[in-house]
Design a protein around this ligand. Structure first.
Ligand code: PMP
Ligand code: GLU
Length: 397
């Protein structure tokens, strides 16, 4: 079967593949606990669902403008002002079918073959896949657990060049849960501003799932970077709206226009009903979001305590998102039966086969020592999962 060069370049999404493997095993009757997908296990809050129902009844069922309804783009501008002290106008906002499309839109709009995309690693899987789709050259900056998986200004300075067209990172971070402080972002900005051709995608989709005392800080709040930063956010995580598929950007006008042009030939405007519900959600109080955040914090602490009891795991303390990213390299070189553990994915397959717990190997996040555990699951299943992991790991010799 002959496929396009583009498709041949793009790896399948590891998060989605592992989630499917877990579903397949479940369908065969296996008692699998899937800690694969970064998806809140909570239902979308009722008041948001009701807004969607009202939108359907009001006949909000037609094509919308490609970059999104004016009502939603205004709600996004108000959100940016209220939460982030950012002044975007509605023509700087583009709404897409999820933040994944938002990021792809930006990359496809600015990257040419061979342009360098800087990825502090570990990074979210799709940054790499999207860079590959664009035929860009990925430049990974390896960070490690000792520095809480955060890139330092010195490391960034050593990797950034005039060929760097895009820098992509998330804070709070998928997969590490690390969060950059205002001071750290200011130090990074000092490096980036020396390279005006470099556009930064600041992926803030986990903004509301933060456990830090410090208020969320957006890179675009730094005046010197105003024309270089695109702020990406979305409804999936903070509002438990993964299936509604709404993501958005606040961008310099030329980037917003480029992305709207591209989207106009691709998916057009996002779902009208989901847009109406999102506008309502962004304008409403964040009570339900904060309840979910508090629950994630409880689970994080529980996971750190339970996983902390397993000798071979090294853990950082995630300040946001809903992932634990333990360093499992102490198990490399160990075996059980036909399983020989040399890399994170070997351990992932072992845990799936022996303990029926599904996780995702660090390799697809640009890390060779860790695996990702999503704790967006019930306390009961998390406790059971860690019990099984502990038992399986103890069998490795
Ligand atoms: N950015 C990050 C860091 C993510 O983890 C995800 C999804 N897990 C997305 C973007 C995309 O989210 P969505 O397409 O559902 O808006
Ligand atoms: N982004 C989420 C994750 O990291 C959902 C799956 C995906 O879109 O890749 O698991």
């Amino acid at each position: 079967m002959e496929l396009s060069d583009l498709l041949n370049r793009v790896p399948a999404s590891a998060t989605i593949e592992m989630a499917q493997k877990a579903r397949d095993l479940k369908a065969q009757g296996k008692d699998v606990i899937s800690l694969t997908l970064g998806e809140p296990d909570f239902d979308t809050p009722d008041h948001i669902k009701e807004a969607a129902i009202r939108a359907i009844q009001a006949g909000d069922t037609k094509y919308t403008p490609v970059p999104g309804t004016l009502a939603l783009r205004k709600a996004i501008c108000d959100k940016f002002k209220r939460d982030n002290d950012l002044d975007y106008t509605p023509d700087q906002i583009v709404v897409s079918c999820g933040a994944k499309q938002t990021i792809a839109n930006i990359a496809l709009s600015v990257l040419n073959k061979g342009d360098e995309v800087l990825l502090p690693a570990p990074y979210w899987v799709s940054y790499a896949g999207i860079a590959d789709m664009c035929n860009a050259t990925r430049v990974e900056i390896k960070t490690n657990i000792a520095h809480d998986f955060k890139v330092t200004p010195e490391e960034l300075d050593a990797a950034i060049t005039d060929k760097t067209r895009l820098l992509i990172f998330s804070s709070p971070c998928n997969p590490t849960g690390s969060r950059y402080s205002k001071a750290e972002l200011e130090a990074i900005a000092k490096v980036v501003e020396k390279y005006p051709r470099c556009i930064v995608i600041s992926d803030e989709i986990y903004e509301y799932i933060s456990f830090s005392e410090e208020k969320h800080f957006s890179l675009a709040q730094i005046p010197a970077l105003k024309n270089q930063v695109v702020t990406v956010n979305g409804m999936s995580k903070g509002f438990a709206m993964t299936g509604w598929r709404i993501g958005y950007m606040g961008a310099p006008l030329w980037i917003a226009k480029a992305c709207a042009k591209l989207q106009g030939q691709f998916t057009s405007g996002a779902c009208s009903i989901a847009q109406a519900a999102s506008a309502h959600a962004l304008n409403a109080p964040l009570d339900a979001t904060m309840v979910m955040r508090d629950e994630f914090l409880k689970r994080r602490d529980m996971m750190l305590e339970l996983l902390g009891e397993i000798d071979g795991l090294k853990l950082n303390v995630p300040e946001g998102a809903f992932y634990i990213f333990p360093d499992v390299s102490a198990y490399f070189g160990k075996s059980f039966g036909d399983y020989h553990i040399q890399k994170p994915t070997d351990l992932v397959m072992y845990l799936l086969g022996e303990a029926y717990v599904a996780t995702v190997g660090g390799e697809s996040f640009g890390d060779d020592n860790c695996l990702r555990i999503s704790y967006a699951a019930s306390e009961e299943s998390l406790r059971e999962a860690v019990k099984r992991i502990k038992q399986a790991l103890s069998k490795l010799t």
